[in-house]
Write a protein that binds this ligand. Structure first.
Ligand SMILES: Nc1ncnc2c1ncn2[C@@H]1O[C@H](COP(=O)(O)OP(=O)(O)OP(=O)(O)O)[C@@H](O)[C@H]1O
Ligand SMILES: [Mg+2]
Length: 447
């Protein structure tokens, strides 16, 4: 993600998201800024703080979609979390610091993947050698003399022959015996799910170190053993400490946390009960966004330079209802606009995985060719727009309900139709939607 220019990032996002140019630009610039900061000398680099972004826009216009697609451009540690799933420290639930732990987990994954690529060749070589040791074990001691059956030369020859057979795949079904080391059973301790997420210190990791590892021997075929040994050799070749250190650095320097549903942690008027805890989440968020140190199972992580992109619909509350300190941490505001009928037309047709393509592909599994004519698309978009106006505006999500309704009959009948072609035109759409869409009461429930 680091080397992409803002224009390239926007181009990638354009493939999936219609319109919302401001939001795309803002995230693209923010990501490029991480790379720019990386190029600076140490002293100045410390000074440059990330400019966090707040995306504001009605529901269903692409906020979450932008972050989801941004995640595809991996390369930097990236996670997407919902602010509403956290609770204030002290309350039962997930505390906000766990998002930093999640980010580090993501970074570990990235660094490990890179390491795996690096050691792959060496590991594969070692696998063959170890398999050979098992298939043609070297004699306990070599006798001198070229003709003796246990001479080194003779053993070399056997091993070479064996190797040729192994490489040609003739030995795949032979069975061998392998030692397997099992991690201590700490996984089983309740409340310490993998990752031990809400635990302040690394209980899981500690137990793994203290408890004895159990070693068992298992018999399996060469082809099964190959995978097991490959994993073992990769483990041996990868320096865990180095991976952890690199991952922490990566998370600290270029980590990105997408904080969705930020408006859900704003207390509404007369707040009590759950609202108190929400306000508390904002207070807990503050130090993390501002820069603090969080303990993770891989080490301490400084959050000063992690970039935060927050998003919210801000229907009932406005960004100014956030705690003032928190507002200040999100200096870049981008508004996403309501979607128009033309946007709907483009959303239905342009993205690679657009709804029309999805439905056509699904019908194809039933040997039914589904085709949408331009006037049908136009009609669908108008209905979506009109229903959004007359009932609740749920943005592009309306297209899902409209499409589902329109194709209800076909979805049911398709398997019994036999092969066929269905061309959807404006009349087809109108016949199936008009009665519901024009009746406000009906469309409230059905569309
Ligand atoms: N501008 C757009 N271009 C293409 N698809 C869109 C666009 N906006 C929304 N969609 C589609 O509509 C659906 C809902 O969008 P999304 O999840 O991004 O909404 P949101 O803005 O996060 O809303 P909320 O505030 O309710 O979370 C997604 O499936 C997405 O593909
Ligand atoms: Mg969303």
């Amino acid at each position: 993600m680091q080397e992409l220019t803002p224009r390239q990032i926007v181009e990638h996002l354009d493939r999936y998201i219609v319109g919302q140019e401001d939001a795309k630009r803002a995230v693209a610039i923010a990501i490029r800024n991480r790379w720019r900061r990386q190029q600076l000398d140490d002293e100045l680099r410390k000074e440059v703080a990330p400019k966090n972004i707040l995306m504001i826009g009605p529901t269903g216009v692409g906020k979450t979609e932008i972050s989801r697609r941004l995640a595809d451009l991996s390369g930097a540690p990236f996670i997407k979390v919902e602010a509403s799933k956290y609770t204030e420290v002290g309350y039962y639930g997930r505390d906000v610091e766990s998002m930093v732990r999640e980010l580090v987990e993501n970074a570990i994954g990235l660094v490990r993947d890179k390491e795996l690529v690096r050691v792959k060749e060496e590991a594969t070589h070692r696998v063959d050698e170890r398999l050979l040791d098992m298939l043609a074990p070297p004699p306990v001691s070599f006798e001198v003399g070229v003709d003796s059956p246990d001479s080194p030369e003779r053993y070399e020859r056997t091993r070479e022959k064996m190797k040729a057979m192994l490489l040609s795949g003739e030995m795949e079904n032979r069975s061998v015996e392998i030692q397997i080391e099992q991690k201590a059973q700490a996984m089983m301790i309740p409340g310490l799910g993998p990752g031990g997420d809400s635990v302040d210190f690394d209980m899981q990791g500690m137990l793994e170190k203290i408890l004895p590892k159990s070693v068992s021997r298992r018999e399996m075929t060469v082809s099964e053993a190959r995978k097991v040994i490959f994993d073992q050799e990769c483990e041996a070749l990868i320096n865990e400490e180095k991976v952890n250190a690199q991952a922490i650095e990566l998370a600290e320097e270029v980590g990105l946390i997408f904080l969705d549903e930020i408006d859900k942690v704003v207390a509404t008027e007369g707040g009590r009960g759950a609202d108190v805890s929400r306000q508390g989440v904002q207070r807990d968020l503050l130090p993390i966004v501002e820069g603090t140190t969080v303990q993770t199972r891989y080490g301490y992580v400084r959050t000063d330079h992690i970039l935060f992109v927050a998003a919210g619909a801000f229907h009932k509350v406005s960004p100014s209802d956030l705690m003032p300190e928190l507002q200040g941490r999100f200096p870049i505001r981008v508004e996403l606009s309501d979607l128009t009928k033309d946007d709907f037309i483009r959303i239905l047709t342009e993205p690679k995985g657009s709804l029309t393509r999805q439905y056509a592909a699904l019908m194809k599994t039933e040997q039914v060719e589904l085709e949408f004519l331009p006037d049908a698309i136009e009609e669908l978009a108008s209905y979506a727009f009109a229903v959004n106006q007359s009932t609740q505006n749920i943005g592009a999500r309306r297209l899902y309900t409209i499409m589902e309704r329109m194709l209800d009959e076909l979805s049911f009948e398709a398997p019994d139709m036999g092969q066929g072609v269905v061309k959807v035109n404006a009349t087809y759409v109108r016949e199936r939607l008009d009665s519901v869409a024009t009746d406000e009461d009906l469309s409230k429930f059905i569309l």
